[in-house]
Design a protein around this ligand. Structure first.
Ligand code: HEM
Ligand code: NAG
Ligand code: NAG
Length: 507
């Protein structure tokens, strides 16, 4: 009997029928009697992940999640095994496996993508020091280099009232900074003034894939997670050209090779030098693959996020002239007293422009970079107890920053308003609740390790830029456009800008 006819034999038809019956019964059981069955939510979510996939593909995740919680309350079932929560009081462990970059049949799991808590702890221990507060000072000069390049390039391009895609330029800045602090070289975005090699476009494609397939991670191994499909795609020139992973892996390998030549005396303080020194001490723990993983994660997690946040800051300033004027006045006052260096240091900004931190925080509240919920698997050790429900081990629970950041119980009736003052006016329990609900960098052991690096970057760049340039909105009347994939990425942030006369007094 040939295998084809075996497939259509009565026996196998019966088997398929039985399997289908088991599957359907199980789905119905999960939907109506399983541990999540009592949770409110869209009907379809009881049976399939359709709601989640549709949501991720819609480009509208923030609003969808806000509507979802308005309609169904604080604990909502979004899929057969998925729950979304709008109360930040509860958080356990993580995955994100789909975001593991793959190249030439090799995958690069990183501290961002590893699901196992133990593996995560081990991998992170080798690099955590480089993200720490004490390391910030050593990274600053590399950031300054990029800042200097950015400012002089824009001054050259500025004649009175030049139109600029500021949103694109802050992205060039954020990527060049990550390149500089991570693997010594910049991407050269600022020098070229464009995305010559299609790296940014390619990453966008990856983010759409990650957002949608991330809703059903099990599919990944059959899609781009399969070496067969990977290799096939890489054989098709148009598609291969859209994949930035090989370009970036090559950049990292070149940087490693050139860094090795510097030898042990290198005084550089970037991530790559730090790792190479670790590698000399313990080549097994800090292998070449581990180094590549760490560098990749900085690129994936640290550049678009920072660019999105910078866009939000400048956009919200332009849309709120009183806030813009107040911040500008503080910067100019500090500058005219000679308190700000030619390249403003992080500590000068913190000390002499106190309003700045609130402006940054409020911008990240109104426009958190991640558009989808930050998800955790409920651990076996402690089922999750909400006020009304018990969520069992194994369920995937997510919190979407876009929901908690707009919660009127936490931020008040004016939660939708851009008002940096709220962070200094409130105090006591209320402020604590606001801080606890601030989710732009996530929460707990898997929250953003790069938080202080990005606060340093933004805390320097924003006052530097505003001291040197004046901007006004020159985009669509309706404002920017936001495309939500994994990130809430804006476009159309056009400005008119001109160089300001520096009011600084340098003795
Ligand atoms: C404004 C800029 C940034 C935002 C809004 C941001 C946001 C986030 C968020 C939401 C997470 C996941 C948290 C969670 O699941 O709870 C995360 C993780 C991470 N971020 Fe950031 N990030 C930013 C900048 C950076 C920078 C500059 C770097 C690196 C230099 C970085 C490196 C990382 C890494 C390595 C992780 C994974 C941490 C882990 O799982 O242990 N991020 N970030
Ligand atoms: C800054 O850039 C200059 C010129 O490209 C380079 O020589 C110097 O080493 C850089 N400094 C840092 C701290 O990266
Ligand atoms: C960032 O700095 C603060 C102190 O300003 C520190 O408490 C915190 O642990 C640091 N966070 C990270 C992720 O390094």
């Amino acid at each position: 009997m040939s295998s084809i006819s075996l497939l259509f034999s009565p026996q196998s038809a019966l088997l398929i029928f039985l399997l289908l019956l088991v599957y359907i019964s199980y789905t119905i059981y999960q939907a109506f009697f399983g541990p999540l069955s009592k949770l409110p939510g869209p009907l379809i979510a009881k049976f399939t992940n359709f709601w989640r996939i549709k949501n991720a593909a819609s480009g509208n995740a923030p609003a969808n999640f806000q509507d979802l919680h308005r309609k169904y309350g604080t604990v909502v079932r979004t899929g057969p095994n998925h729950v979304s929560i709008s109360d930040p009081a509860m958080i356990p462990s993580s995955f994100y496996d789909v975001f593991t970059p793959k190249n030439a049949g090799k995958s690069y799991p990183s501290i961002f993508t590893l699901q196992s808590q133990d593996a995560h702890r081990q991998l992170k221990a080798g690099i955590a020091q480089k993200y720490s507060l004490s390391s910030l000072l050593s990274l600053e000069p590399m950031v300054d280099n990029v800042t200097r390049n950015f400012m002089s390039t824009l001054h050259e391009r500025a004649s009175s009232g030049t139109r600029l895609d500021l949103g694109e330029w802050v992205q060039f800045y954020a990527f060049d900074v990550i390149g500089a602090i991570t693997f010594t070289g910049t991407f050269g975005f600022i020098d070229k003034g464009c995305d010559e090699r299609g790296i940014l476009r390619g990453l966008d494609g990856g983010l759409i894939y990650g957002a949608v397939v991330g809703q059903v991670p099990g599919w990944h191994e059959w899609l781009m997670g399969s070496s067969f499909l990977q290799e096939t795609v890489m054989k098709i020139p148009v598609l291969a050209a859209g994949n930035p992973v090989p370009i970036v892996v090559q950049m990292i390998k070149d940087a490693l090779a050139s860094n090795a030549k510097d030898g042990a005396e290198s005084t550089r303080e970037d991530f790559i030098t730090f790792m190479r020194k670790q590698n000399e001490k313990d080549p097994e723990r800090m292998s070449e693959d581990v180094m590549i993983n760490h560098m990749f994660v900085n690129l994936l997690a640290g550049s678009d996020t920072t660019a999105i946040s910078l866009r939000s800051i400048f956009y919200l300033l332009m849309k709120n002239p009183c806030v813009y004027a107040k911040l500008q006045a503080e910067i100019d006052a500090a500058d005219s007293k000679g308190l700000l260096s030619p390249i403003i240091t992080y500590s000068e900004g913190q000390e002499h422009v106190p309003y700045l931190a609130n402006v940054i925080k409020e911008s990240l509240r109104l426009h958190p970079a991640v558009a989808l919920p930050l998800e955790r698997i409920v651990p076996t050790s402690s089922p999750l107890q909400t006020q009304s429900h018990t969520i069992p081990a194994g369920a995937v629970v997510g919190i979407n920053a876009w929901v908690v950041h707009y919660d009127k119980n936490v931020f008040g009736q004016d939660a939708r308003v851009f008002r940096p003052e709220r962070w200094s006016e409130e105090n006591g329990e209320r402020l604590k609740m606001m801080e606890r609900s601030f989710f732009a960098f996530g929460h707990g052991s898997r929250s953003c390790v790069g938080k202080n690096i990005s606060l340093m970057e933004m805390g320097k760049f924003v006052p530097q830029f505003l001291r040197e340039f004046e901007i006004s909105w020159d985009g669509d009347e309706d404002g920017w456009k936001v495309d939500n994939t994994w990130f809430a990425k804006q476009s159309g942030v056009f400005v008119r800008y001109r160089s300001r006369e520096r009011k600084a007094v340098f003795a």
